[in-house]
Design a protein around this ligand. Structure first.
Ligand SMILES: C[S@@+](CC[C@H](N)C(=O)[O-])C[C@H]1O[C@@H](n2cnc3c(N)ncnc32)[C@H](O)[C@@H]1O
Length: 261
């Protein structure tokens, strides 16, 4: 079952404060799947287009697909002037219907960025195998651990502040755990893909506004601080983490690939 939590204001925060993927990540996808000007790619769980838009620059056309209309509305806005980006409302369970639209063996790549944990991957991967051309493949990406789970004083202070505010410790890492990655890899292989992995690492220094925006982008709409509570929330967050500035975030992008032989 899909639990939608990226609606309303959260979609706006996602578009503004979730970082995209560096060029090295796109280079790795192009190299692994031999992507080029003839290819169509599908970005499933595209959100506000973090991967869809750079993929559009490397392919003939790209389809960004997501069940949350508010995320797609933000993606469309961000894609103004990108004529080969197309948007479809739909979840992983709607992907089989794409075969009738696109035909078997037609896609160069399917990317799934920070979204596979919402999907039934064991059902999905065989369908994707059929949709992909030989040499093309699936890429499952994680875009760094949540900023409150890093091993640094500012991140620990953020974690403690958010846990106190929510009344529970924050632990979820959206599919980044090794166990989950191993399950995805086994599932890709069971569907007939040749699995591989690429890791891209870099550091980014962010400011307080970005920290707050990123926290809001990861908070379900009904749990965001109410507008009249927001100034107090932000002030307290600032008091908790500012002594530990600068806020340097280590980003590890993991790209699990499954290539169709
Ligand atoms: C964390 S965002 C990832 C956005 C973007 N791909 C990225 O890498 O930043 C997860 C997205 O998955 C979408 N999603 C949730 N359930 C889904 C499903 N069953 N099938 C496809 N997408 C889904 C959400 O609506 C949301 O936009």
């Amino acid at each position: 079952m899909t639990i939608l939590k990226f609606s309303g204001e959260v979609a706006e925060f996602y578009q503004r404060y979730r970082r995209g993927y560096p060029a090295e990540v796109l280079d790795a996808l192009v190299a692994e799947f031999g992507l080029g000007a003839e290819d169509t790619a599908l970005d499933l769980g595209c959100g506000t287009g973090q991967l869809t838009l750079p993929l559009a620059a490397r392919t003939r056309s790209v389809v960004g697909m997501d069940p949350e209309p508010d995320m797609l509305a933000q993606a469309r806005k961000a894609a103004a002037g990108v004529p080969n980006a197309n948007w479809l409302v739909g979840a992983d369970s709607d992907v089989p219907a794409l075969e009738a639209l696109l035909g078997k063996g037609t896609l160069g790549a399917v990317t799934i960025g920070q979204a596979l944990h919402w999907m039934d991957h064991e059902t999905l991967f065989p369908v994707l195998h059929s949709l992909l051309r030989p040499g093309g493949g699936v890429a499952v990406l994680t875009n760094g651990a949540p900023m409150w789970l890093h091993d640094s004083p500012w991140s620990r202070a953020l974690h403690d502040y958010l846990s106190g505010w929510l009344g529970q410790p924050l632990v979820r890492t959206c599919g980044a755990e090794q166990e989950e990655q191993d399950r995805y890899r086994a599932s890709l292989e069971a569907a007939g893909f040749i699995a591989g992995e690429t890791i891209v690492e870099y550091e980014d220094e962010i400011d307080l506004e970005f920290v707050i925006g990123a926290v809001y982008s990861a908070t379900p709409e009904d749990r965001l601080p109410k507008p009249d509570e927001r100034a107090r929330f932000e002030e307290r967050l600032s008091v908790a983490i500012s002594p530990h500035a600068p806020f340097v975030e280590p980003i590890q992008v993991r790209i699990l690939t499954g290539r169709k032989g």
